[in-house]
Design a binder for this molecule. Structure first.
Ligand code: MRU
Length: 350
């Protein structure tokens, strides 16, 4: 981590939350300065910041911003208003587990400190938020260290969407595995799927890997099968938005297709995610809420229509990969293997 050369996606800028605007990358490096929780929630909804762990961190920072500017004469009023704010923040995006997890973690400060007055609660909330950020970065570095063991020497790694520094507190999950593997073996190279319609792979993963000096080639999403058939892919590593108790994994729409293709071609398929992405309350992936985004993201490109007017489009942002297609789940406490139910339970107890 010492020779860091990439942008952290979100950080404190004095009393404001600074967010690198991911909508304009890679051509423009622009930072949004949010001074209210509403501005942070808007940045989450409009994808200025995205990626499940980064969204969780942004939500936590929004709560800290809101707490410190809250007009409350007494603790009871503060708590009542804070609960309302927590509700608003946690619904900003539905699929990723990390947002609800982070809101819960910040809210628990209030529950754990019944005797604290308002200034003390504000201070404790800020401290909890900073811990969430620091722990996410540490988890990603640990994920990288565990995950590099499954990347063969000279591997051609396929990744999907962006599970990099930009999608987390820093360093990245799937991209963290790639960073660690590349540090140990500079002959590792990457295929980044462009990831229609938002192009997280083409714009963000390619940008991050190029910045880190890791050889990366962008491919269209629909060339995965052909490349696998040609023997050009050795291993797949992707991130996750929510992992159910049995290992079923929600990630960017199209991940399921990649997983099925990987199975067909006998290619290992790994998910890399911190435990904050695991939702042990869901027995399987059927209960994972799938965000439906504006069809305009599909029908328009750079603001210009690419489909006939009046033809509808579907835009589910995520899909669920059944656990049977997953070789292993790389977490900060090690690589979870089948049967995932037992492995997930054990990991959550640590
Ligand atoms: O819609 P996005 O860009 O927030 O979706 C992001 C993904 O699907 C990532 O792969 C996932 O959040 C993991 S990020 C470490």
């Amino acid at each position: 981590m010492s020779e860091q050369r990439w942008l952290p996606p979100i950080y404190w800028d004095g009393d404001a939350v600074a967010i690198v605007d991911q909508r304009v990358l890679p051509h423009k490096e622009k930072t949004l300065r949010c001074t209210s929780p509403r501005q942070v929630v808007t940045a989450i909804k409009n994808m200025a910041i995205r990626g499940a762990p980064a969204v969780g961190i942004a939500g936590a920072m929004a709560l800290s911003l809101g707490a410190s500017s809250m007009k409350a004469a007494d603790t009871q009023t503060f708590k009542r208003k804070f609960v309302r704010l927590c509700r608003q923040v946690r619904t900003a995006r539905p699929t990723g587990n990390n947002l609800g997890w982070a809101v819960e973690k910040v809210y628990s400060v209030v529950v754990e400190n019944p005797g604290a007055d308002v200034p003390e609660l504000i201070e404790l909330i800020r401290r909890r938020v900073d811990e969430i950020l620091a722990e996410d970065v540490a988890a990603n570095v640990a994920i990288g260290n565990h995950g590099k063991e499954v990347i063969p020497c000279g591997a051609r790694v396929l990744t999907y969407c962006n599970a990099g520094a930009l999608a987390t507190g820093d360093y990245g999950t799937a991209v963290g595995v790639i960073r660690a593997a590349f540090a140990a073996d500079p002959s590792v190279q990457v295929y980044a799927c462009e990831t229609r319609p938002f192009l997280q792979g083409a714009r963000l993963t390619a940008y991050e890997l190029a910045q880190a000096g890791i050889p990366v080639t962008v491919i269209t999403d629909n060339s995965v099968g052909s490349l696998m058939k040609q023997g050009a892919i050795d291993v797949v590593v992707v991130g996750a938005d929510r992992i159910a108790a049995n290992g079923d994994t929600a990630n960017k729409i199209g991940t399921y297709t990649v997983a099925v293709l990987a199975r067909t071609h006998d290619i290992p398929f790994y998910v890399a995610a911190p435990r904050s992405t695991i939702d042990p309350t869901l027995p399987d992936g059927d209960g994972i809420p799938i965000e439906q985004r504006d069809p305009k993201e599909v029908t328009h490109f750079h603001g210009r229509p690419v489909t006939p007017a009046d033809v509808p489009a579907l835009n589910p942002a995520f899909d669920v990969t059944p656990h049977r297609y997953i070789t292993g789940i790389i977490t900060e406490v090690g690589i979870l293997k089948k049967p995932f139910g037992k492995a997930v339970r054990k990991a959550m107890e640590l």
